[in-house]
Design a protein around this ligand. Sequence first.
Ligand SMILES: O=C(CO)[C@H](O)[C@H](O)COP(=O)(O)O
Length: 232
Amino acid sequence: MKDTNELKKMAGYRAAEFVEDGMVVGIGSGSTIAYVIEALGKRVSEEGLNIIGVPTSDKTRRTAAKLGISMHNIDDVDHIDLTIDGADEIDPDFAAIKGGGAALLWEKIVAVNSTRNVWVVDEGKLAPKLTHYLPVEVIPYGSDQLFKRLDAKGYKPSWRLDQNGNPVRTDSANFLIDLHPADITDPFTLGRELTSMVGVVEHGLFLNIVDTVVVGRQDDVEIFDAHPQPLI
Ligand SMILES: O=C(CO)[C@H](O)[C@H](O)COP(=O)(O)O
């Protein structure tokens, strides 16, 4: 029986095959994407693959650059052909929760500016309903008040803290509040509500974004086209 990391690696290496010479590639964040970066680094050094990478976090920028991938800022490219990213949970309608790795804002900006989006997950991330905690990136100023408003709405917020008990700072120097709503019955309505709250920068609901999902399963890697068919 393969463990989760093996499933992530299988799927990550398969997803890296979507990348073609000359592409501008958005590169996601997280432990699954670490395998995609590893695979792309090998392709750069062994095949002479020539790509421009656009990072979704400072960590990704550093890791990919170390492996010889040419990394550019998002505003220094005129388009992004393909973005490969991970996800925390994906439902049968291809709605996802992202941001467990604190990179949701840059991830969403890169995703909406990409011609095609591919997500890579192990099969444990597929769920009949979205139940994962929902990260929300917020401006530090007034964030205690925002926290109270989220609490009053019944979303059971908690601060994302580092090992020392201090608030995690995102790459844009914001804070993260993780919501634990009892039920996400309508992710579109919830997403609109969160976006409309002053102080919220972005939320981790990624809706109508993905084109292709690459799933590492025990027996194989399965690839889903997000448009015509349900995921599970
Ligand atoms: O959204 C993300 C980071 O903000 C990641 O894609 C998500 O958390 C999945 O991470 P991992 O591959 O480590 O399970």
